[in-house]
Write a protein that binds this ligand. Structure first.
Ligand SMILES: O=C(O)c1ccc[n+]([C@@H]2O[C@H](COP(=O)([O-])O)[C@@H](O)[C@H]2O)c1
Ligand SMILES: Cc1cc2nc[nH]c2cc1C
Length: 374
């Protein structure tokens, strides 16, 4: 695919026609292993149950077999990477919580007291926290990687959220996190996020990519009241109008939308997802913000969605449109809207159950059970 980021730029994004910093994004998504898929389908047909009776537990095992390239998939090594960043738009009052919470929650995650800390311990996942830039200080901690791009993005209702250089840095941080996850032997990659104001960025980004009005996707995020919700919608409308011309070229729209309307953590997640698809690492997508990043990744890298499982349906109302556009089906619907990768972590036991059933059930022949008649 001939894809040229920043070919025709707004004056604030100054890059050359073919910017080499984005070259790596051009590589295609890997093909899934159809032989392993067929072998897994065939094994499911031999297990002691009416064919199809384990429903989506069968589909999960088959998909993981195709992604891991083995007839018997397994999920011992799960990696959770939490990308954290602040947003310029937060100063406009689009969140129910103060901006300082982003940095405070990174510290809480590192100390082991956040929901994702409990979930990661429970499922035995390794965890990495990446600080891409917060307004309040983040303490030094062995679990926290300092990869600060800027204290926050710019206010996307007034200017492009980030420069091309900042975008390149964020995307590369995501790819580097995937590289470390692979080195640690990860069999499944989960990206989580933390960023006060990031439902505004994720909503604006999705509106731009799907051509939908702010009113159809905007939601309360951390718990905005009616007045806050109206302010959030108006700011997203303002941002979409401001950046419309910069997003006009459909071949560049995903990357331009990321630069103009995204956040550092959203761009890093998109970079990690593209790298996962290119490097054969199955990913489990979390909620609203993660799905916006997944949508960008699937637009940048056609075929990336083949490498994704969607953990859950977020309670944030705009998530439904993202789910539809991704063509994925959520595994869980628990009314969650936390982020942090929490919904994905909650779905891991289900995936493991699917793998264990696939590997450990007896076949009709082994158990001496008569198979389905003709
Ligand atoms: O992932 C979700 O489905 C989700 C839905 C609503 C809110 N969040 C989290 O809440 C924060 C953003 O909410 P807000 O209201 O500040 O835009 C951010 O840290 C997200 O992780 C996450
Ligand atoms: C406390 C808190 C925890 C979070 N985790 C992810 N987003 C969050 C937002 C808030 C406000």
């Amino acid at each position: 695919m001939c894809w040229r980021p920043f070919r025709e730029l707004s004056t604030t994004l100054e890059e050359s026609p073919l910017d080499p910093r984005f070259d790596w994004l051009h590589a295609s998504a890997a093909a899934v292993d159809l032989e392993a898929r067929e072998a897994a389908i065939s094994r499911q047909g031999e297990l002691t149950k009416p064919p199809g009776s384990l429903g989506r537990l069968e589909d999960i095992a088959i998909q993981l077999a195709a992604l891991q390239g083995r007839a018997q998939p397994a999920l011992e090594q799960v990696r959770i990477v939490i990308f954290a960043a602040d947003h310029g738009i937060a100063s406009a009052g689009v969140s129910a919580f103060p901006q300082a919470v982003t940095a405070q929650m990174i510290a809480n995650m590192a100390a082991g007291g956040a929901a994702i800390s409990v979930l990661a311990r429970q499922i035995g996942a390794s965890i990495e926290l990446i600080d891409l830039g917060t307004v309040a200080p983040v303490p030094a901690h062995p679990l926290i990687r300092q990869a600060v791009i800027a204290a926050s993005t710019a206010n996307l209702a007034e200017a492009p959220a980030m420069s091309a250089e900042q975008l390149a840095q964020a995307l590369a941080e995501g790819a580097a996190a995937l590289e470390r996850a692979r080195a640690a032997g990860a069999e499944l990659f989960i990206a989580g996020e933390m960023g006060i104001g990031n439902t505004t960025a994720a909503t604006a980004l999705t509106c731009a990519l799907l051509g939908l009005p702010a009113s159809s996707l905007v939601g309360p995020g951390t718990g905005l009241d009616r007045g806050g919700l109206a302010r959030k919608q108006a700011l997203i409308e303002q941002a979409l109008a401001l950046h419309r011309d910069s997003l006009a070229d459909p071949t560049e729209a995903p990357i331009q939308a990321l630069a103009h309307l995204g956040g550092f953590e959203i761009a890093a997640m998109a970079g990690a997802y593209v790298a996962c698809a290119q490097q054969r690492v199955p990913m489990l997508i979390d909620g609203f913000i993660s799905s916006a990043a997944a949508l960008v990744a699937s637009r940048i890298c056609p075929g990336a969605a083949d490498w994704m499982l969607l953990a859950h349906a977020s309670a944030e109302p705009g998530h439904q449109a993202m789910v539809q556009a991704l063509g994925l089906r959520p595994l869980l619907d628990l009314g969650m809207r936390l982020g942090e990768g929490s919904g994905a972590a909650a779905a891991v036991p289900l995936l493991r159950l699917a793998c264990d059933l696939h590997a450990q059930m007896a076949t009709f022949a082994e158990a001496g059970v008569a198979p389905k008649g003709d």
